[in-house]
Design a protein around this ligand. Sequence first.
Ligand code: TYD
Length: 210
Amino acid sequence: MAGLFITFEGGDGSGKSTQSSILVDRLTNEGRTVIVSREPGGTELGVELREIILHRRGYIAPRAEALIYAADRAHNIATLVRPALERGDIVVQDRYLDSSVAYQGAGRVLNPKEVRDVSLWAVEGLLPDLTILLDLDEAIGRERLDDSRTKYDRLEAEKRDFHARVRDAYLTLAAEEPGRFLVLDGALPVESIAESIRGRVDSLLTGQPS
Ligand code: TYD
């Protein structure tokens, strides 16, 4: 496929949206056609699925949750991302199948390999050319989101544990596919992270090593 598919991954408050908009602005200013998407919710159907999965009250069975993310992904790839890549455009996307493996797998209920296989089926095997993982201690991410809070209750402590597992899962994925992943320390200054991303993306665009 002629285009370039770049995904951003990381925990809450890791700086994904800041970095993706810096990258998108730069590529657009260079005159490139950039399609921006996100999961869940990159398409019209996806917006409805996102509403269900993130805001619906009440229990959703873990396998149902994993399948809703996969359905969102299938539709996003089939109707938005793949056509863009076939036109030769650049797609910059917030979250992709690694999010499912890290988040749904980290709940410990689902087998990460099975979660990945379901997603791969949903997207007919499409993997990104580059996945930028903004790695950050969950406590720092949380502070960034809400720096007024200093204490955690029991439930929040459980959540912390969950986010720590998500982080570990991401790092394991990155170690398994070092060619696809660029792991950056999310605690570094915004400019320095942007510089590293720029270097890697430019080398993909020019075909030269960074
Ligand atoms: P979002 O508001 O997009 O989070 P963020 O701003 O942190 O990217 O919400 C997406 C949430 O959905 C986020 O908590 C991660 C979760 N998620 C999964 O659990 N599995 C998935 O496959 C995807 C794409 C997201």
